[in-house]
Design a protein around this ligand. Structure first.
Ligand code: SF4
Length: 263
């Protein structure tokens, strides 16, 4: 007779083999272990399979994962050299069924320390910007193109983008947002496959696959250049209209007053 604790034992062994703490992550407890214990339902990728995907998973295999599996693979991922210097993988946070998805570049120092995206002053400004279009942080989903911090905040390398992109692409497909907002030139250029500047890309709606996509300045850039706060607000208003069902193919700045000053 099969020991009912076997999946749990294999999971903990796999984490130890990866050098991760032997703890049960809540997402896995809810998803895979219970499903495995129940012994039914769809095919469940066992923890050793997820550990293997975290080491060497191909884009095709990663694009088959559900949200819990994707998170597990990302949190243990060693598929590019950035895993060597990271403190935390910054997978993303927010509502998994969010209608608006924010995508930035890569974790900075505070994100690497905390494991959370868009924290610190740039994160505070993002929260204010979202509030200015009637959205709370917990109503949207926030993530980055790269899940691990490049050393010294250097620009991501092509091989790192290639390794990490399947995680983001699957994240986008699973969240299935009404609109994506790309913050900063790196996220915009990566998703749109262009070298155009933000100044030329912002202020209108693009398409990323089947998803409308709006490009705007990164909050960290707006902290350095406060004059970019208003265009960011205008771009977020475009995204909000798309999220609410407008095609968003009209461009143009909305009116109104704006206050995005941090205390
Ligand atoms: S940056 Fe992405 S591909 Fe590289 S180790 Fe981190 S999660 Fe994996």
């Amino acid at each position: 007779m099969t020991d009912a604790r076997e999946p749990l034992r294999r999971y903990l062994e796999a984490r130890i083999a990866l050098g991760e703490p032997p703890v049960i992550l809540p997402s896995l407890r809810r998803g895979q272990v219970l499903a495995a214990l129940a012994g039914g339902g769809r095919e469940v990728k066992g923890p050793p399979e997820l550990a293997r995907l975290a080491r060497e998973g191909t884009a095709e295999r990663i694009r088959e994962l559900d949200f819990d599996e994707l998170r597990e693979v990302a949190l243990a991922c060693r598929r590019c050299a950035l895993h060597e210097g990271r403190q935390h993988v910054v997978f993303g946070e927010g509502a998994p069924d969010a209608r608006l998805l924010c995508v930035g570049e890569a974790p900075g120092a505070v994100e690497d320390e905390t494991g959370r995206p868009f924290v610190g002053r740039a994160g505070q400004l993002l929260d204010l910007m979202l509030m200015s279009v009637g959205l709370r942080r917990d109503e949207v989903y926030i993530c980055n193109v790269l899940k691990c911090r490049p050393p010294g905040n250097r620009n991501p390398q092509p091989e790192e983008i290639a390794a990490c992109s399947p995680l983001l692409l699957q994240q986008i497909d699973l969240i299935d947002p009404k609109v994506i907002v790309a913050f900063g030139s790196f996220a915009a250029q990566t998703l749109l496959g262009t070298r155009e500047s933000i100044g030329r890309l912002r202020g209108r709606t693009h398409l990323y696959g089947r998803f409308p996509l709006v490009v705007t300045y990164h909050p960290a850039a707006s902290l350095r250049n406060p004059g970019w706060k208003r265009p960011t607000w205008e771009d977020l208003q475009i995204a909000r209209r798309v999220m609410d069902g407008d095609s968003g193919l009209r461009s143009g700045a909305p009116g109104g007053e704006l206050s995005l000053d941090l205390p």
